[in-house]
Design a protein. Structure first.
Ligand SMILES: [Ca+2]
Ligand SMILES: [Ca+2]
Length: 408
């Protein structure tokens, strides 16, 4: 049993009060467990809340704010019933390559269910593209939501993959799983007010692979550090137990909490913004997602994760996934090691490498020992990188000599 001096409600108490978070199968598709419990038993819930409020169990809201993007359902221009048109002009979207608009029941869609919005959808065949300008009026973390489906007939088993780009950066690949329209999300990106290009493009150039898109939405995600992102209308702090339920997607900026339970919800870091994450435990339960970049949309900011806790017997300093929960962490690919291009001596504050590197100021490096004492390995932070990317200025002086060429 864990206890905390500041808290009157431990993690176990929280789970007990809110329901067994390991057993989520009876939870609704949307809405929080707090609400579910309220519906089940008002008396129980009131008692639980009264007990837990001083311990600060904090639950994420389950809805972001949709930003209007104009024509989002590909209903204009109006394609005749049962037809389709490549590169239709006169609408808000600009098409390129093998892309256009299809009606229900056309040669493209005859094997698919009807569109979720209106009667028309975007089709992206092979490397087709559709693009439109969107206007952001309030800074925040945004993601793209869309209804996607594979073409029901003709597609190869691999099908089409849709690449989503915003402001020139990739924010995710979406591969609709079958011919039924389903809701898919990109990862999140931080946008300041302004105009940006939203681009949907096909990745599968082979065969005749086609996917359909309808009801494209831009969602401003609740931000961790905004009080309105939480049912309790207060930002979680150190010692708090935080719950991210089904339907909730929280954008990570400065997280400081004791425990985070992601149960079917999403905690995602905007790929172009720094974050700090100070926590003792993160539990990613069934269907939940902790997303720090994607393989095809890497995280480009600086993220600092600090795991807290001093009880070796407890589950502290822990990030784990279970029962289908997912943890995605994808930074930019970096060269992992190289060699000195010249010898470096005691007192030097810079080193020259034998090749250009894609390392950055702030990265930490180890210069291995090059003599018979392994303790001459030294650790530094890169202060700056030269224009040719071969010379590193370090945060401190070398304490030892490091040979940068073979000894004759
Ligand atoms: Ca539509
Ligand atoms: Ca039509």
């Amino acid at each position: 049993m864990r206890t905390r001096a500041k808290n009157q409600c431990t993690v176990e108490d929280y789970k007990m009060n809110l329901g067994d978070t390991n057993n989520h199968t009876d939870e609704p598709a949307r809405g929080s467990v707090l609400r579910r419990k309220r519906a089940l038993s008002i008396l129980t819930t009131v008692a639980a809340l009264a007990f837990c409020q001083s311990a600060m169990a904090v639950t994420a809201v389950d809805e972001g704010v949709m930003t209007p993007i104009g024509e989002s359902g590909f209903e204009t221009p109006d394609v005749p019933a049962g037809g389709f048109q490549y590169l239709p002009a006169g609408g808000e979207w600009a098409f390129a390559d093998s892309a256009g608009i299809t009606e229900n029941g056309s040669a493209f869609t005859s094997c698919n269910p009807v569109t979720p919005q209106g009667q028309q959808a975007l089709f992206i065949q092979q490397t087709g593209q559709a693009q439109k300008t969107i206007t952001i009026s309030s800074a925040g973390a945004y993601r793209v939501n869309l209804q996607g489906a594979q073409r029901g007939c003709i597609n190869s088993p691999l099908g089409q993959t849709l690449r989503i780009s915003l402001a020139g950066s990739r924010i995710g690949n979406i591969r609709p799983q079958d011919g039924a329209y389903r809701l898919y999300h990109s990862t999140a990106m931080w946008l300041e007010p302004g105009n940006y290009q939203l681009l949907i493009s096909g990745v599968s150039a082979s065969g005749d692979n086609t996917a359909f898109v309808d009801d494209v939405q831009l969602e401003r995600l609740p931000l961790w550090s905004e009080a309105s992102s939480w049912l309790e209308n207060s930002v979680p702090g150190p010692g708090d137990e935080v719950y991210i339920p089904a339907g909730a997607a929280i954008a990570l900026d400065n997280l400081n909490a004791a425990n985070v339970i992601i149960n079917e919800g999403i905690l995602t870091a905007p790929v172009n913004r720094d974050f700090t994450l100070d926590v003792a435990e993160i539990h990613v339960m069934a269907g939940g997602l902790l997303e720090l970049g994607r393989e095809e949309a890497t995280f480009n900011g600086q993220g600092v994760i600090t795991l807290l806790g001093d009880n070796p017997a407890a589950e502290s300093k822990l990030i784990h996934a279970m029962n289908g929960g997912r943890i995605e962490m994808h930074g930019q690919p970096r060269l992992s090691w190289t060699q000195l291009g010249a010898s470096a001596g005691v007192g030097d504050t810079s080193i020259t490498l034998k090749e250009a590197v894609n390392w950055r100021a702030g990265d930490r490096i180890v210069i291995a020992s090059s003599d018979f004492d392994m303790n001459h390995a030294e650790e530094f932070t890169i202060a700056s990188v030269s224009g040719d990317r071969k010379t590193l200025t370090l945060n401190d002086r070398l304490a030892y000599n490091h040979f940068g060429k073979l000894q004759e």
